[in-house]
Design a protein around this ligand. Structure first.
Ligand code: ADP
Ligand code: ZN
Length: 723
C-alpha cells in the first residue's frame, strides 16, 4: 500500500479518526520520508499523532523524548489502551519492568519508547540503542532546549549527542512555542540537518476569550464555574498566597478544588494533579508552575484571576482549555495592579532581559485593554491574521460588550478633566473627580470646584475607569512617570476639537450568546444520554485506573450520544473509536445505549422489538401482548430474570415494563425486584441529593446501585409519597 494510505488506515484503526488536522499529514509525510523536521503547532493541535502514527508504519523503534514523567505516563497509557505497543522507562519503573521493555525491544515488538532527555543521553542507554533498529527520534516540548523559551531545561542541551551518535537516524522536534528565535535555537542545538519547518495556524477557534476588569473577584469567578457545572477547569493566580486563599474560598463555597504551586512539596503537587486528571477534583487553582504536565484534553475553562506576564504565556496557559477541539472558555480578570506587580517582580532582571520582559508586559496590557477581536489580537501577535472580521468567539465579537453611544462626548469630558487637573493625577483620581466624589483629598485641593467635577456622575466609576484605560490604549491619553500620571496626547487634542472617533465599550446587559463552536459541537447530541455515558465512562476509568478522558474523549462521547450506535459496526463509525477501543468497551456502551433508547422510545427508527438480539425459540409476541404477559408475571412478584426468560425479552425491555407496571398499579414496595437493604440505601441517598435527577444520585451511591435499580427505587418512592 502507498505509505500515506497505509498511514491513514493506521490512524483509522488505532485512533478512530477519519480526518487529519491541518499540517498533520505534512508532518507525518516528513517522518515517513526520514527528513529532519521542526513542527510548530499550537497546544491541542495534535502534535503527538504526528510522530505516533508514523512510528507504527515504519520499521524499527521510535524514541520519544518527553520532559515529565506524568506526560509520559498519560501518553503511554493512552497508547496502550488503543492497542499500540508503547512503553516508558523512567525513575518509577521497576527493574522487572525495565527488563520486560528491553526484551520487547530486542524482539522488535515495541514501536514507541518514551524517555526523559537525561536517561536517553546516558552512556548506558546510548550504547544499548546503538544495537537497536531505530525509526526516528521525536523530541516533544522541544522549546525546553532554548534559553529564550519559557521552560528552559539544561538536560535538553545534551540531546545534541543524538545526531553525533546516530547520524543516520532522523530527528523530529515538536513545540507550541512560535517565536523565530526559539525555533532557530531548537534546530541549531539539535543539529538538525536541512530541517523542514512547519508552522501551524495559531488561532484556536473553539476557545471563547473573555477579558474583564476585575471587580468582585469571587463573584466573577463563581459565575464562570457555574456556567461549567461538573466540568474541569484551571484557575491561574499570580502568587502562591493567592492560590491558597482562593482555593480555600472555593472549597468553603462547596466546590471541589485543589491547589498547585511550587511552594508545595512534590507529593502534594502530584496528588493535586492526579486528582484533577482523574476527575476527582474539578478545579485546579494554580500558579504558572502548573501546566506542562497536563495532557488532560477535556479542560472546559481556564480562568486567570490576574493578568499573566505576556501574551505568549497567556496563549500557552489559556491554550490548556479545549485540547479535544470542543468549545471551552478562557476568561481573564485583570487590574492595573497586576501589571505593576509583574513590573516589580521582574525589576531585578539584568538589563537586556528586563527590557524584553517590560515589552512583553506592555503587549499583554494592550491586549487586555483592546476593544477589538481577541482572537485577531492573539494571532496578530504571532504574525498571523484571521480572515473574518467577527470571530464569533470573544467577548467583543459576541457582543458581551457593546459600544457606548456618545463615546465622543464622554471622551471629551474625560480629557478636559485631565486638562483641568493640569496633568498631575492618575486614572483613579481623575475618575473620582468625574463621578463627583467628595473625598477628603479632592475637597482639600478644591477640585470639587472644577467644572468637570461630577460631569459623568450618571455612570459607574468602574466603567469610567475602564474608559480612561481605553482612551490610553487608543492613544488619546498617555501615562507617564512613576505614578502613571495621565497626560493628553496630540491625538487627544484633536479629539477635544471633535476630530477623532474614540471607541468606548459598555458592559452589555444582553444575555450571553453561545459561541459558534458550542452550537456546532452539541448539534444533535442527546444530552441525557451523554450524561449517562459519562457515568459509564467514569466507572470504566476507575476500574482500569485511567483518567476518564483516556478511555474516551468528550468528542467521542458526544458523537456516541448523537449517533446512538447499536452494533459494533456502528460503534466503529463513531469519531475516535478504533478497533481496540471497540473491542474493549464497545459491548458495554452499546448495552447502555440500547437500554437508554428502549426506555425513552428513541433510536434509529427501528422498533424496540428488533433490539432483542438473543436468538429465541419461542415465537415472538407483539409488544402489547408481551407487556400484558409481563404485568401478569410481575403481579405474581416474579423476578426480572424470570420474566426475561419466560418472555424471551432483553432485560432492558423487561425493566421498562416493570417501571410502567409499578406506575400503573401504584406499587410502593419494590422488594420483589430490589433488595430491601439496597432500597433503603437509595432512599436515604435520594433524600440527600434531592434533585430527582439520576446521575447525581447514581454518583452519590458510588456504584452501589445500577441506574436500573435506582429507577425502580424511585418509582416506588414516588408512589409511596403520593399515597
Ligand atoms: P498537542 O500535543 O499538540 O497539544 P495532542 O497531541 O495532545 O495535542 O492532541 C490534542 C487532542 O486532539 C487529543 O485529544 C487528540 O486525541 C486529538 N486529535 C489529534 N489529532 C486528531 C485528529 N486528526 N482528529 C481528531 N482528533 C485529533
Ligand atoms: Zn472576536
Amino acid at each position: 500500500m502507498e505509505p500515506m494510505k497505509q498511514l491513514r488506515a493506521v490512524v483509522r484503526q488505532y485512533w478512530g479518526f477519519d480526518e487529519l488536522r491541518p499540517l498533520q499529514a505534512e508532518a507525518m509525510q516528513l517522518a515517513l520520508t526520514r527528513r529532519d523536521s521542526l513542527v510548530v503547532l499550537p497546544t491541542g493541535g495534535g502534535k503527538s499523532l504526528c510522530f505516533q502514527a508514523p512510528a507504527l508504519c515504519m520499521p524499527g523503534l521510535a524514541v520519544v523524548v518527553s520532559p515529565l514523567i506524568s506526560l509520559m505516563k498519560d501518553q503511554v497509557d493512552a497508547l496502550v489502551d488503543r492497542g499500540v505497543a508503547a512503553a516508558a522507562v523512567n525513575s518509577t519503573s521497576s527493574p522487572a519492568e525495565r527488563r520486560r521493555v528491553a526484551d520487547e525491544i530486542r524482539a522488535e515488538r515495541l514501536k514507541l519508547l518514551y524517555l526523559s532527555p537525561e536517561r536517553l543521553t546516558s552512556e548506558q542507554m546510548l550504547t544499548f540503542l546503538t544495537g537497536v533498529k531505530l525509526s526516528f527520534f521525536a523530541i516533544d516540548e522541544a522549546h525546553c532546549i532554548s534559553q529564550w523559551g519559557h521552560d528552559f531545561r539544561p538536560e535538553y542541551r545534551e540531546l545534541k549527542l543524538l545526531k553525533e551518535t546516530f547520524p543516520d537516524t532522523p530527528v523530529h522536534a515538536y513545540t507550541a512555542t512560535a517565536t523565530a528565535t526559539v525555533r532557530e535555537e531548537i534546530a541549531r542545538e539539535l543539529r538538525l540537518e536541512r530541517p523542514e519547518t512547519l508552522v501551524g495556524a495559531f488561532d484556536r477557534p473553539n476557545l471563547v476569550y473573555r477579558v474583564l476588569r476585575r471587580g468582585d473577584k469571587m463573584k466573577q469567578i463563581t459565575e464562570v464555574i457555574e456556567r461549567h457545572a461538573d466540568e474541569s477547569g484551571v484557575i491561574y493566580c499570580l502568587r502562591r498566597a493567592d492560590v491558597d486563599e482562593l482555593c480555600e474560598q472555593l472549597q468553603a463555597a462547596g466546590y471541589t478544588a485543589a491547589p498547585y504551586h511550587a511552594g508545595m512539596d512534590e507529593r502534594a503537587r502530584h496528588d493535586s494533579q492526579e486528582a484533577f486528571a482523574n476527575d476527582r477534583v474539578k478545579i485546579i487553582v494554580a500558579t504558572v508552575a502548573f501546566g506542562m504536565g497536563i495532557d488532560k484534553s477535556d479542560v472546559r475553562f481556564v480562568l486567570h484571576a490576574a493578568a499573566p506576564k505576556s501574551l505568549e504565556s497567556y496563549q500557552q496557559e489559556s491554550g490548556r482549555a479545549g485540547r479535544d477541539g470542543l468549545e471551552a472558555e478562557c476568561c481573564l480578570f485583570f487590574s492595573g495592579a497586576d501589571f505593576m506587580a509583574w513590573r516589580r517582580m521582574q525589576s531585578e532582571l539584568p538589563p537586556p532581559a528586563l527590557e524584553a520582559a517590560m515589552a512583553l508586559l506592555d503587549g499583554i496590557e494592550k491586549f487586555c485593554l483592546t476593544v477589538n477581536c481577541r482572537h485577531q489580537a492573539i494571532v496578530n501577535y504571532f504574525g498571523q491574521t484571521l480572515p473574518n472580521e467577527n470571530c464569533g468567539a470573544c467577548d467583543v465579537c459576541l457582543g458581551d460588550v457593546e459600544y457606548q453611544a456618545d463615546a465622543l462626548v464622554i471622551a471629551q469630558k474625560i480629557l478636559s478633566c485631565v486638562v483641568r487637573l493640569q496633568s498631575g493625577f492618575g486614572a483613579a483620581y481623575v475618575t473620582n473627580v468625574l463621578v463627583g466624589s467628595r473625598e477628603q483629598r479632592i475637597l482639600e485641593r478644591e477640585h470639587d470646584q472644577l467644572s468637570t467635577h461630577g460631569i459623568l456622575q450618571e455612570f459607574d466609576s468602574k466603567h469610567i475607569r475602564g474608559w480612561v484605560e481605553q482612551l490610553v490604549e487608543q492613544g488619546f491619553l498617555a501615562k507617564s512617570g512613576e505614578y502613571n500620571v495621565l497626560q493628553i496626547t496630540a491625538s487627544g487634542r484633536e479629539l477635544l476639537r471633535g476630530n477623532a472617533t474614540p471607541r468606548l465599550l459598555k458592559p452589555s446587559t444582553k444575555p450571553r450568546r453561545e459561541s459558534r463552536a458550542a452550537k456546532e459541537s452539541w448539534e444533535g447530541v442527546d444530552r441525557e444520554l451523554f450524561e449517562s455515558l459519562r457515568s459509564l465512562r467514569r466507572r470504566k476509568a476507575d476500574e482500569r485506573g485511567l483518567p476518564p478522558f483516556v478511555v474516551f474523549s468528550d468528542v467521542t462521547l458526544r458523537d456516541m450520544a448523537r449517533r446512538r450506535p447499536m452494533t459494533p459496526e456502528q460503534m466503529l463509525a463513531v469519531h475516535g473509536v478504533g478497533q481496540q477501543k471497540c473491542a474493549q468497551y464497545g459491548a458495554e456502551f452499546i448495552a447502555a445505549i440500547r437500554s437508554y433508547c428502549e426506555l425513552h422510545g428513541v433510536g434509529d427508527g427501528r422498533t424496540i422489538e428488533s433490539f432483542d438480539d438473543e436468538p429465541t425459540v419461542a415465537p415472538k409476541r407483539s409488544s402489547k401482548g408481551a407487556k400484558a404477559a409481563a404485568f401478569e408475571l410481575f403481579a405474581q412478584r416474579r423476578s426480572i430474570e424470570d420474566v426475561c426468560q419466560k418472555l424471551s425479552r432483553a432485560p432492558s425491555t423487561v425493566q421498562s415494563y416493570l417501571l410502567e407496571f409499578m406506575t400503573e398499579r401504584e406499587i410502593d414496595d419494590p422488594t420483589p425486584w430490589l433488595d430491601a437493604g439496597l432500597f433503603e440505601q437509595i432512599r436515604q441517598a435520594a433524600c440527600q441529593v434531592e434533585t430527582g435527577q439520576l446521575t447525581p444520585l447514581f454518583e452519590a451511591l458510588r456504584g452501589a446501585a445500577t441506574y436500573d435499580q435506582i429507577r425502580v427505587a424511585l418509582a416506588a418512592l414516588k408512589n409511596f409519597s403520593e399515597k
